[in-house]
Design a binder for this molecule. Structure first.
Ligand SMILES: Nc1ncnc2c1ncn2[C@@H]1O[C@H](COP(=O)(O)OP(=O)(O)O)[C@@H](O)[C@H]1O
Ligand SMILES: [Mg+2]
Length: 233
């Protein structure tokens, strides 16, 4: 059972400044944030306000200029880059606006890939991948090549791949940003279902105003800071 009070991600005075030539761009300004187990957090804010940088810092890809990031009490930038990579691939399910595939492999094989990389036996990895595809009602896509799929189908498959390692948290950066409105709705409904039915902890960045009420918590960012943090629903 997930403990609703357990902190999955915590940031402490998180700051990030990019240096471009002689210019300094302060993108994150002392962000303090706790994300608890089973929460569905929706983050929004104008383009360029630092949403993706915040997520990239949280998943261990973008070292902060100052401050700390913890995931389940592990300070992630105290780990080596390799250790961070392992933590990310095992414990974080990440979805971007665009998904990348091993083009020669079918959907089932792509979804099973994270387990195969971990050394899981092939038949077990495939069984597990089938189960997740069934759970998301996309088992019909199993034999297809990713490039044969629509954008909406690809994003659902990306979600399946993100789930296969049974991660602590799903982190989605504008996962429906490239989709038509019907496919975007389907993708969002799937995230809502996962959170409601299986208590998945989810962080979603979206610019789509219709989605701001989806989760149980809404964070508004502006100029590298969280300016509103509200629970609702
Ligand atoms: N690697 C980088 N080097 C320099 N500037 C960057 C880099 N990544 C992001 N930025 C800048 O940081 C700001 C915030 O970007 P980003 O986090 O992508 O915003 P958002 O996701 O909210 O649109 C932007 O001004 C962007 O140009
Ligand atoms: Mg972004």
């Amino acid at each position: 059972m997930q403990n609703q009070h357990e902190i999955i991600i915590e940031t402490e005075n998180l700051g990030k400044t990019f240096f471009v030539g002689s210019r300094e761009i302060e993108v994150l300004k002392d962000v303090n944030l706790k994300i608890f187990s089973t929460e569905f957090v929706v983050i929004f804010g104008p383009s360029g306000c630092g949403k993706s940088t915040l997520l990239n810092t949280i998943i261990g890809l973008e070292k902060p200029t100052h401050g700390k990031v913890f995931t389940r009490n592990q300070e992630i930038y105290a780990l080596t880059e390799d250790e961070r990579g392992i933590l990310r691939s095992k414990k974080m399910g990440i979805i971007h606006q665009m998904s990348y595939w091993v083009k020669a492999l079918n959907v089932l094989e792509n979804v099973a890939m994270p387990l195969l990389i971990e050394g899981e036996k092939q038949h077990r990895a495939f069984l597990h991948a089938e189960k997740i595809l069934e759970e998301l009602s996309i088992i019909n896509l199993a034999d297809q090549l990713p490039n044969q799929l629509s954008g909406g189908e690809q994003q659902k498959v990306a979600l399946a791949r993100a789930l296969i390692t049974n991660p602590w948290i799903i982190i989605a950066d504008e996962p429906a940003g490239n989709l038509d409105s019907k496919s975007a709705d389907e993708m969002m409904n799937l995230l809502v279902r996962l959170n409601k039915e299986t208590k998945r902890t989810i962080v979603l960045v979206t610019h789509n105003q219709d989605c701001w009420e989806l989760g149980n918590r809404r964070l508004e960012m502006k100029d590298g800071q969280i300016i509103k943090d509200e629970y609702h629903g």
